[in-house]
Design a protein around this ligand. Structure first.
Ligand code: ADP
Length: 229
């Protein structure tokens, strides 16, 4: 589903490489943690997968297509298939939970009837059925992150990516959010989570890809987050 070959990223000619010779294959339905210290290239990798930035060298194939060669008008179709969750939530603060989730459907022209059906189902899935008409500031951090997860999956993307999704949460809430992401994976969505939350990674026992010094230094099934902190 996702194939990365000899991927390099250098932000500027005189900059160090943010990623060096990354090779990685992620199959449909997998759950992969990407771990490594701050600055090791985790966010860069996710941004490359979303085609927010282009690599300096190398190829990225998603659903069989080399996304480094997409035309600008083709990029929205890629992004519809990848839901994204951020550390800092990025909710629309003047809109309620329902509207925050509905927004991702409205921008792609989903009919209102479909929106009225799909948003409540997704809110129920993330455990926010009773909070649809709350504003973001009326929610806890964990609830706000659940809204972000709902927004990311309401369009039923093939892939869910999260960049430090638990970075702003206490350990108990962090585990709840990671459990929710795991549930979404179990229902069939491929999941990639970039994090340096060592304890969580160790608890969930998933595939762990370790970046260190901007290189991929380890890739283990049911791994633990050793050596990288
Ligand atoms: P991580 O997510 O693991 O903290 P990043 O992918 O954010 O790592 O960063 C990897 C490297 O790329 C770092 O050295 C960082 O300073 C550099 N970098 C990230 N974004 C930019 C940018 N927009 N311009 C220049 N350098 C950048």
């Amino acid at each position: 589903m996702i194939e990365i070959y000899h991927l390099y990223k250098q932000y500027g000619q005189n900059e160090l490489y943010a990623l060096k010779d990354i090779n990685l294959i992620i199959d449909r339905g997998e759950f992969v943690f990407v771990v490594g210290p701050s600055g090791s290239g985790k966010s860069t990798l996710l941004k490359l997968l979303l085609r927010e930035i282009l690599p300096t060298k190398g190829n990225i194939k998603i659903f069989g297509r080399d996304i480094t060669r997409l035309k600008n008008r083709e990029i929205p179709f890629l992004r519809r298939n990848i839901g994204m969750v951020f550390q800092d939530f990025r909710l629309l603060n003047d809109r309620n939970v329902f509207e925050n989730v509905a927004f991702s459907l409205r921008v792609i022209g989903t009919p209102p009837r479909e929106i009225r059906k799909r948003v409540p189902l997704t809110l129920e899935l993330v455990g926010l059925k009773d909070k649809a008409y709350k504003l973001p500031h009326e929610l806890s951090g964990g609830e706000q992150q659940r809204v972000c997860v709902a927004r990311a999956i309401v369009n039923r993307p093939a892939v869910l990516m999260a960049d430090e999704p638990t970075g702003n949460l206490d350990p108990v809430t962090a585990k709840e959010i990671m459990t929710l992401i795991q549930d979404i994976n179990i229902r069939g969505t491929t999941v990639i989570v970039a994090t340096h939350a060592k304890d969580l990674v160790d608890q969930f026992q998933k595939r762990v890809v370790v970046l260190e010094n901007n290189q991929l230094v380890s890739d283990q099934e049911r791994g633990v987050y050793f050596n990288a902190h």
